[in-house]
Design a protein around this ligand. Structure first.
Ligand code: SF4
Length: 432
């Protein structure tokens, strides 16, 4: 069979120019992994094509038997348009990914079949059913079994991509109420790949720099320490995600990460108010531990990337200034500032819908940069203006220069990472 996978990248509604597409995104946007994992387990007897719209046009004129389109919430309308175009040609369409898993009824209107969850457990069954003319409308995620293994995905990437991507673990058991990944069917199931498999894949990655796509590499410190110990000597550099509680209290893990080649830890701080953190069930975050987490990472010569979100029910207009002050005090090197976005399938979406506070279900607006619900303690405009202001202030020239100069103390790789992230974020200001 001829199978086409279409990857959907998180570009929101932004129109990227040629420079951004070819240069900026090559440094700052990473290859997607999910589609490539499905492509990697597809039997070699089939012809597989992976299309990523960042580099390729959709090959509407080629003959395919089946198309699998993977998409997120903000790209859902575009994914449905692509799906309809293939359906008109009589080609079977499978929809998959976070949004399809969160609202399968909606996805089913545009597809012959919907693959829920991360999909590897069912993709081969789906293909088999399709070949036997018995394709089902819906494939539920199955629990991970002993036999399950995440395949290596080192297929050649199109375009100019300097960052590789890999997954050592899968899922997150914490289920914060706003998190789309942990709240899709099967998303909270936690799975660890055998360390030897991960090491083998890291060695075979063509890139010298890569990202762990794991939700968090601090869920099971014992596993992560074993992985980091085996990685030392590989001579590759990487970035990864972790939670504040472990990074503040487990200095052994932080030290091992540095020896393994870690350049940066991304922490979802979300808020500097404990009341807010508690209200969204982020049990890994205690505000009083933020400073220690940042200090441990810096003392070991690595960069701290902080994610912050605004628009929670406890947030008032002064949240932006207060957050900026804390960020500056903590000396966080790179930040992302998002607007709380109630993704379908999450408890926060249900809560806001029950309270009649969802303002739009135009999914293309669900980019984390728009206000799609009625905030409680400020107006919609105050929220959006506040986020833009903190973003612009944080990435203003004077602060950028200070942070870039400060990062020199961390070493050459951290310096280049801080330089690149601060400059690319500054360029992205125009898309706000
Ligand atoms: S800890 Fe992170 S990945 Fe896990 S549920 Fe919370 S936000 Fe999601």
């Amino acid at each position: 069979m001829n199978i086409l996978f279409i990857e959907n990248v998180w570009l929101g509604g932004a129109k990227y120019g040629l420079f951004d597409k070819k240069i900026l995104t090559a440094f700052s946007i990473l290859p997607t992994l999910y589609t490539r994992q499905l492509a990697a387990i597809t039997p070699k007897s089939h012809n597989v094509t992976v299309c990523n719209e960042r580099y390729n046009n959709i090959p509407y004129n080629q003959a395919f038997d089946i198309v699998n389109i993977n998409y997120t919430t903000s790209t859902a309308p575009h994914a449905y348009e692509i799906a309809e175009n293939f359906k008109k040609k009589g080609i079977a369409v499978v929809l998959s990914g976070l949004h399809a898993s969160a609202v399968p009824d909606e996805a089913m209107k545009h597809a012959d079949s919907v693959l829920l969850g991360r999909g590897e457990m069912n993709w081969l069954t789906l293909l088999n059913d399709f070949e036997n003319k018995n394709l089902k409308k819906l494939y539920q995620p199955a629990p991970y079994t002993e036999k399950f293994s995440i395949p290596p995905t080192n297929i050649k990437l199109p375009g100019f991509v300097i960052n590789g991507a890999i997954e050592a673990t899968r899922g997150c058991p914490y289920k914060c109420t706003f998190c789309p990944e942990a709240n899709i069917p099967g998303g909270h199931q936690y799975y660890e790949r055998p360390v030897a498999d991960v090491i083998k894949e890291i060695r075979s990655l063509p890139q010298k720099i890569f990202n762990f796509y794991d939700n968090s590499l601090t869920i099971n410190p014992k596993y992560t320490k074993e992985l980091f110990k085996k990685m030392s000597g590989i001579k590759k550099k990487f970035s990864c995600n972790g939670n504040a509680n472990v990074l503040a209290n487990d200095n052994e893990l932080v030290k091992l990460s540095k020896k393994a080649g870690c350049v940066s830890w991304l922490i979802g701080f979300e808020s500097t108010s404990q009341k807010t953190i508690d209200s969204v069930g982020k049990t890994t975050n205690t505000i009083d531990e933020y400073e220690q987490a940042v200090q441990n990472i810096h003392e070991n010569g690595m960069v701290v990337v902080g994610d912050f979100m605004f628009g929670f029910d406890n947030d008032t207009k002064d949240v932006f200034d207060n957050t900026l002050k804390t960020i500056q005090k903590l000396e966080i090197d790179v930040c992302d500032f998002c607007i709380l976005t109630p993704f379908p399938g999450t408890p926060i979406f249900k809560q806001l819908e029950d309270q009649n506070r969802i303002l739009t279900k135009d999914w293309s607006k669900y980019t984390l940069k728009n206000v799609v619900f009625q905030p409680k303690q400020m107006t919609k405009d105050e929220l959006i203006i506040g986020v833009r202001k903190i973003y612009k202030t944080f990435y203003s020239n004077s602060y950028n220069i200070k942070r870039i100069a400060r990062s020199l103390k961390l070493g050459i790789y951290p310096f280049f990472l801080v330089l690149e992230r601060n400059l690319s974020s500054k360029m992205s200001v125009r898309y706000l």
